[in-house]
Design a protein around this ligand. Structure first.
Ligand code: NI
Length: 170
């Protein structure tokens, strides 16, 4: 297994829609293992999408349990029902040191996906899990959460990123 680098916004890979998984063989299993290992190596990480690690596939790994012992891998996930609305803070491993910002999401969702071996799963979730899965599915569709913020807020964050980059270079 390997701990991989997490791509940082605005890396163009993060803005590209991912491909559905059709092959659940050894290479895919290794990729999922590496995703989990990278996830568990981070501080305060709830979930990672495959494209954050440079893999162009529709896969996310999730675990925000205290003991890091509730791994959930969703392959080809899609939201099939949305209910209610929340507006809570989110951060992202691809926007490190950019803080947390409020994002409007559905409060409760029903999703369809496959597990890492290709077995179909249907989940109905709310609370933090619902927010987390919506954030990850956005990644898989080529969106980061700041794409869902207003223009002014997004510009402020982009300005901060550019400034931080310049500082690192000099
Ligand atoms: Ni993220």
């Amino acid at each position: 297994m390997a701990i991989l680098e997490i791509l940082q916004y605005p890396n163009p890979v993060l803005s590209k829609k991912t491909k559905e998984v059709t092959d659940f063989g050894d290479d895919f299993q290794k990729m999922v293992d590496d995703m989990f290992e990278t996830h568990y190596a981070q501080k305060d990480c709830a979930a990672l999408a495959a494209n954050q690690l440079g893999f162009p596939y529709r896969v996310t790994v999730i675990d925000f349990s205290e003991d890091k012992n509730q791994p959930l891998c969703l392959v080809n996930p899609y939201i099939i029902e949305k209910h209610g609305e929340t507006n809570t803070h989110e951060g992202c491993m691809s926007l490190l040191n950019m803080g947390y910002h409020r994002v409007v999401r559905a409060e409760r969702i029903k999703i369809q996906a496959l597990d890492r071996y290709g077995k179909p799963i249907t989940l109905e979730v709310d609370g933090f899990m619902a927010k987390c899965i919506q954030h990850e599915i956005d990644h898989l569709d080529g969106l980061v959460y700041i794409d869902r913020l207003g223009l002014v807020k997004r510009k402020l964050i982009l300005h901060k990123i550019t400034k931080a980059r310049k500082k690192n270079k000099s």
